[in-house]
Ligand binder design. Structure first.
Ligand code: PGA
Length: 269
């Protein structure tokens, strides 16, 4: 019995001017409306191999500049919108930063924190990530907390130790399955076309769940969704998502194409 509903999340990163972003969201919204309901003639256009009701939650995380428009574009569908980062504070003198409350105010339901690109580009530590996750919870957002080892760490046999340390340092002790999602993204697999094999990914996900168990207790650990990320595509999604501890995907490049992203969502169990 598995009570973890898969989540397929698109991380658009720093991509999309207004027209492209809105077109992408409108394309997804149209598919979602067809699938979830509706007029029989619209439903007839759905490709026959795609199930009518998707067995997963679907989320898009556009750049801050597009969030307001994307929330409007997906209104009336089940597609959720999230931010890609947030500041720890509610407001104040933090030039260029965006508070979790601001994301919530625009209609976001999720925010990604601690993505490896932020850890690398902005020197975010585990502690900084945890404080951002706590800000997300304070604002009523679900925090998607990212962890993952570099290629050098994997080559040195440190993968499990690194992700265990990141989980212990980045996940707030009050996290529950309703408020936090973990994303395992091996840094060497992001945007490279290299993917962990389903077995490699499963082994790390199981290790993460063990660490969550130690931190949060078994009920929270067994209910918490752990997404895989790093070059997820329509061609490898079903196998990855078929692993027992992989509860969805955080998708970068392939989330920028309507058909690819939808095919990944349709591959969720
Ligand atoms: P990718 O990115 O799918 O382009 O590898 C994933 C991510 O960084 O979230």
């Amino acid at each position: 019995m598995d009570q973890r509903r898969p989540l397929i999340a698109g991380n658009w990163k720093m991509n999309g001017l207004l027209a492209d972003g809105v077109a992408l969201a409108e394309g997804l919204a149209e598919l979602s409306r067809q699938h979830d309901g509706l007029p029989p003639d619209a439903a007839a256009e759905v490709p026959p191999d795609v199930p009518l009701a998707l067995p997963c939650d679907v989320l898009v995380c556009p750049p801050f500049t597009l969030i307001d428009r994307i929330v409007q574009a997906v209104a009336g569908t089940k597609i959720a919108v999230g931010g890609q980062d947030c500041h720890e504070k509610v407001s104040g003198a933090h030039t260029g930063d965006v508070a979790a409350e601001m994301l919530k105010d625009l209609g976001c339901r999720y925010v990604i924190v601690g993505h490896s690109e932020r850890r690398a580009d902005h020197l975010e530590t585990d502690h900084a990530v945890r404080v951002k996750a706590e800000a997300a919870l304070r604002a009523g957002l679900v925090a998607i907390i990212c962890v993952g080892e570099t290629e050098a760490e994997r080559d040195a046999g440190q993968t499990e130790a690194v992700v265990a340390r990141q989980i212990a340092g980045s996940v707030p002790p009050v996290a529950t399955p309703a408020t936090v999602v973990v994303a395992y993204e091996p840094v060497w697999a992001i945007g490279t076309g290299k993917t962990a094999t389903p077995e490699e990914a499963q082994a790390v996900h199981a290790r993460i769940r063990k660490e969550l168990d130690a931190l949060l207790g078994s009920a929270a650990a067994s209910g918490m969704r752990i997404l895989y990320g790093g070059s997820v595509k329509p061609g490898n999604a079903a196998e990855l998502l078929g692993q027992p501890d992989i509860d969805g995907a955080l998708v970068g490049g392939a989330s920028l194409k309507v058909e690819d992203f939808w095919a990944i969502a349709a591959a969720a169990k």
